[in-house]
Design a protein around this ligand. Sequence first.
Ligand code: CA
Length: 227
Amino acid sequence: MNERILVVEDEPTIATGLRDDLELEGFTVEVADDGAAALSRILEGKFDLILLDLMLPGMDGLEVCRQARLKGDRTPVIMLTAKGQEVDKVVGLELGADDYVTKPFSRRELLARIKAVLRRVQDGPGPSGVYRFGAVTVDTGRCEVSRRGEKIDLTAMEFKLLKIFLEHRGRVLTIDELMQEGWGSDAVLTDRVIYTHVSNLRNKLEENPQKPRFLIGVRGIGYRFDG
Ligand code: CA
């Protein structure tokens, strides 16, 4: 493993600790200690993952993330937040962060998150655009879904929503993100539309829709697809 990680952290002791831990795990690590420096390093596009502290002098982590996404950078971002920054956590996910870890975190927890995010990025659909989870097979090229070989009828919107989930496996998607990706920013609709479609998808795809295994609700934020 020699993935490159950019650590964006202004507290020298934390930054050094992170660097040491990650290098021990075989990652190549660089550190940036303020938002502007981080953004220019990110836009060089040479990293596999970014650990981005929320509270930074000058441009904060949210703004760095927003700017990077605006400029088309898609490098996975894990935000480092402090306790009590729940609101920012939601905003961070809306701005395109892939995950967050709350300080103080253990080295083990952080490594697990990093590996999960990296795995997800490398785990796209198979070459033919076919995804599998549980007993379900989704062929995105042919727009076909089956469970144990039996065809399942999805509406166009259900299929679209399922595809969004599949493309962001393991990541929390906010209701707003789902609405934006599924319906576009001009659409006028309420959260209820998303709840209804997710509920229909659960009924069609989950073994037990009351206790979903794949379409997991994340209270107050949105949904995560664990497939
Ligand atoms: Ca900080």
